[in-house]
Design a protein around this ligand. Structure first.
Ligand SMILES: *Cc1c(COP(=O)(O)O)cnc(C)c1O
Length: 420
């Protein structure tokens, strides 16, 4: 008896032939058998994407209102991004940072200019960008501010989400993210999100930085009061403390500005960016900051094998250029306004509150409403969205969305709410 292993089959037929023979239910059960159960996906097996739409193996079409947690800002397989990646694949992909490469040089200049900051440390994932900011802030505290070795503190917000590494979950306030994974890295102090008074009180001579999301996205789309960001900038200046914005989810036009801090011109000393920077096709992230902070790194201090490679750099440069050419920040404001009006016009008593800025939306449903049933209704009505915390369904569709699609989302959300 001869058995063909999966890899022999791949060699014989190629990945696309083998994957297109796999049914939706086979893909789902294979994932559950061989994959770690660290996610609980919706029971949808996606085989194709185009713009704001995606399809399962049975051919059912959905409107993608998650957009890979806002990583897919340009729409699925945006043609400009696809040609940039294909073109770069004929030149060079991953030589490593042991060498220089022109696309990486251009990427660092392009991102620094786009952000209005001085220097870039390229990474891959959002969590790595946040870790990079933490290391930079601590080293700045010791070498520039003069904090005693190993005593630096970073102030963070309650309900934060900055990624999944052990250091980062250590200062999460969500038991589900951290239980079972200790012991954790010391040096973080948690204060209520959105309270300037609490931050002011938490600051002492060893404080290196305040690290916050300008709008908490995973935390349920929590928008701080007007004046918070500008007020925080002022407090940080007065106390010689670095301001670090985590813009991994809010950055690159999502909230209707290039970066959410621009709503109050609260320019950071450092920020982490990621998600849509990879054009929806690759992981590309970075810590971006002022020269005073980023130049504390010397050779050997930090690194990443794939961080800052020509392939990712070509994609990220194109991603930023396309956001400018397509006017995605104005578009996010306009489409977000239309979506907010549409949701309000539903007049549904099943919606407790809609919190939003640009195209970052959280729909908090009424107490007592069965969210599992609503989740099912969204799928039946071909809307892809998932609950984040606090009974809040998040809508972060691609920013290239058009008016008819926004109206379709409103209509389908209305139908789903009415059915439970
Ligand atoms: C998603 C996210 C991260 C983590 O990004 P990964 O690429 O998943 O590591 C960090 N910060 C914020 C605000 C995020 O939304």
């Amino acid at each position: 008896m001869t058995t063909t292993t999966l890899l022999e089959e791949i060699t014989a037929k190629g990945v696309s032939a083998v994957s297109s023979e796999l049914t939706d239910s086979e893909a789902i059960s294979m994932t559950e058998q061989y994959g770690a159960h660290n996610y609980k996906p919706l029971p949808v097996n996606l085989v194709r994407g185009d713009g704001c739409r995606v399809w399962d193996g049975a051919g059912k079409e959905y409107i993608d209102c998650i957009g890979a947690y806002s990583a897919v800002a340009h729409g699925h397989l945006n043609p400009a991004i696809v040609s940039a990646i294909v073109e770069q694949l004929h030149r060079m992909a991953v030589p490593s940072r042991a060498f220089y490469a022109p696309e990486v040089a251009l990427f660092m200049k392009g991102l620094a200019e786009y952000a209005g900051l001085d220097m870039v440390c390229p990474m891959n994932t959002g969590a790595e960008a946040v870790e990079t900011c933490i290391k930079l802030a601590r080293k700045w505290a010791y070498t520039v501010k003069g904090v005693e070795q190993d005593k630096a503190e970073i102030i963070v917000g309650e309900g934060n989400f900055h990624g999944r590494t052990t250091t980062i979950v250590g200062f999460s306030t969500e038991p589900g993210y951290k239980d079972g994974f200790g012991p954790f890295t010391p040096g973080f102090k948690v204060v209520p999100f959105g309270s300037l008074a609490a931050i002011e009180e938490a600051i002492h001579p060893n404080t290196a930085a305040v690290l916050l999301e300008p709008i908490q996205a995973e935390g349920g789309v929590i928008v701080p009061e007007e004046g918070f960001m500008a007020g925080l900038r002022e407090i940080c200046d007065r106390n010689r403390v670095l301001l670090i914005w985590d813009e991994v989810q809010t950055g690159f036009c999502r909230t209707g500005k290039r970066f959410a801090w621009q709503w109050e011109t609260a320019r950071p000393d450092l920020m982490s960016v990621g998600k849509p920077l990879g054009g929806g096709v690759l992981p590309v992230s970075a810590a971006v900051g002022t020269r005073e902070v980023v130049e504390v790194f010397v050779p050997g201090d930090h690194g990443s094998t794939f961080g800052g490679n020509p392939l990712g750099a070509a994609v990220a440069l194109t991603a930023m250029a396309e956001m400018e050419r397509e006017g995605l920040s104005d578009r996010a404001q306009h489409m977000g306004g239309r979506l907010a009006e549409g949701l309000a016009s539903l007049g549904s008593d099943r919606i407790k509150e809609v919190r939003w800025r640009g195209l970052l939306f959280g729909i908090e449903v009424a107490d007592g409403l069965d969210t599992k049933a609503l989740s099912k209704a969204f799928l039946e009505n071909a809307i892809l969205t998932k609950e984040t915390r606090q009974r809040t369904f998040r809508l972060t569709p691609p920013l290239i969305i058009d008016e008819p699609t926004v109206d379709e989302i409103v209509e389908r959300v209305g139908r789903s709410l009415a059915s439970v």
